[in-house]
Ligand binder design. Structure first.
Ligand code: CDP
Length: 196
């Protein structure tokens, strides 16, 4: 079966947690596409060359989750040649046999407009910044400023800007716990699965 779950949304909305849980529940593979851009940003040098030469082990680096890596990711992510270099890998992953969940910014709009399920997961900037602050620590006001800056860059760029696909199901996790958000996402997927 070819079946793609596309999960898009702004920084720290809970896409990764929901994506992993949906993949586990339905036995699909999961790709956190933010790691591709984070790795390109952290490798440094010419981002286009880094994107073209990206290897699986680059995605396992332990320095990809920092605030700096997030900022570097959103800067290189605005370069069309970087996005183009990462396109085929993501498309193949999405349409490979067995079912796939991809989370990112442009999965339902650009990478896989034919996805069987499209979710747009969001929450207020304050709630998202608080969640990210629990992970990274430091000054919460700075984390909030960083989240807002990255959202503005991701939504404002010319190539593949962050926005909900016209046919995406919106899940606002501002007032939801993880279990509730995962249940909401799984319900949409279960409803769209072909009968067996
Ligand atoms: O985990 P978080 O939501 O904070 O960020 P991420 O998903 O790891 O993405 C980091 C950055 O990579 C984003 O701010 C985007 O600029 C970029 N990105 C993108 O442009 N397209 C994607 N499909 C995934 C990430």
């Amino acid at each position: 079966m070819i079946f793609t779950v596309a999960i898009d949304g702004p920084a720290a909305a809970g896409k990764g947690t929901i994506g992993r849980a949906v993949a586990d529940r339905f036995g699909f593979r999961h790709l956190d596409t933010g790691l591709l851009y984070r790795a390109v940003g952290v490798i440094g040098g010419d981002p286009v060359a880094a994107a073209r030469a990206l290897r699986p082990e680059d995605l396992a680096r332990d320095d990809l989750r920092t605030l700096q890596a997030g900022q570097a990711a959103s800067r290189v992510a605005a370069i069309p040649e970087v996005r183009a270099a990462l396109l085929d890998f993501q498309r193949r992953f999405a349409r490979a046999e067995g079912g796939a969940v991809l989370d990112g910014r442009d999965i339902g709009t650009v990478i896989c407009p034919e996805a069987e399920v499209k979710l747009y997961v969001t929450a207020s900037p304050e709630v998202r910044a608080h969640r990210r602050w629990l992970e990274v620590g430091g000054d919460e006001a700075r984390v909030l400023a960083e989240v807002k800056e990255r959202d503005a860059r991701d939504m404002g760029r010319a190539d593949a800007p962050l926005k909900p696909a016209a046919d995406a199901v919106l899940i606002d996790t501002s007032a939801m716990g993880i279990d509730e958000a995962v249940a909401a996402a799984c319900a949409v997927v279960a409803d769209r699965l072909p009968p067996r």
